[in-house]
Design a binder for this molecule. Structure first.
Ligand SMILES: [Zn+2]
Ligand SMILES: [Zn+2]
Length: 259
């Protein structure tokens, strides 16, 4: 049993192949997946998908890339949508200073609204951070002082300082297929330092297919390759890592129930 804690099943190339995607996931033991919301206009479709499938959960939030594409998300919007039983996390949100697809001040303001929603709902915030370690640590640190909130860094690619800082405030760290890439030695070194009870795995499908599927369109079934690599780094068997990361998933996303 293993869970894909982060994927985008609502993207057109995923939707058209959804029955096959779910079948292949089930065939390798992927029992649950979380379809992540990137902006409010797509939330209704994501929620409908989660309602239609027992093993698909979803989140609500606005990706930093999309922070400038619609009216700024409000706290009340997030809180309202978060009441739905299949919504188990807030995000994805955060800062992406690599692509800078939205103005940084809007990314930052959005991030803080999501943090407040996580604080009020108790649902974990799903943080995307790329080339923005300093600012991410600054915002998380400032906000944490105002009151704690649960969360995780998804598709972790940040540095060791950020890893340490978020572990200190109780966050989980989620690894994607990047951890299997040849040039990801620094990331593998960090992975070796993360406590076993704080590790999650994800695909971020349709992006970032892990080795040996690299270059293909990604899908939840491929999360087993990422889990196997993380297992190797932490001296676990793939079976143990699958179990540990699943247990962590249901602890981190406490609103999700394993049915
Ligand atoms: Zn992301
Ligand atoms: Zn994503």
């Amino acid at each position: 049993m293993i869970v894909d804690s982060h994927c985008h099943l609502n993207f057109p190339e995923m939707v058209e192949d959804l029955p096959g995607i779910l079948e292949r996931a089930a065939s390798v033991g992927v029992t649950h997946m979380v379809c992540i919301c990137s902006y409010i206009d797509e939330f209704a479709a994501i929620r409908a998908m989660a309602e239609a499938h027992d093993n698909i959960f979803c989140s609500v939030g606005v990706h930093p890339h999309d922070a400038g594409r619609e009216a700024p998300v409000t706290l009340n919007q997030l809180l309202d949508h978060a009441e739905h039983p299949k919504v188990i996390g807030i995000g994805e949100t955060g800062l992406d200073f690599y692509y800078d697809k939205s103005p940084r001040d809007i990314q930052e303001a959005n991030f803080r609204v999501h943090i407040e929603a996580a604080r009020q709902t108790g649902l974990p915030i799903i943080v995307h951070t790329r080339d923005a370690d300093e600012k991410t640590m600054e915002i998380l640190g400032e906000e944490y002082k105002k009151g704690p909130f649960p969360g995780l860094i998804h598709c972790f690619t940040a540095g060791a300082d950020l890893a340490r800082m978020v572990l200190d405030i109780g966050f989980y760290i989620s690894f994607s297929g990047i951890v299997t890439f040849n040039n990801a030695g620094d990331l593998r070194d960090i992975a070796k330092t993360v406590p076993l009870d704080r590790i999650l795995v994800e695909t971020d499908a349709p992006f970032l297919a892990p080795v040996p599927e690299r270059g293909k369109r990604n899908e939840p079934a491929f999360v087993v390759h990422t889990a196997a690599k993380v297992a190797e780094l932490l001296d676990q068997t793939p079976e143990d890592m699958a179990r540990i990361s699943s247990d962590n998933f249901f602890t981190a996303f406490a609103k999700a129930t394993a049915t």
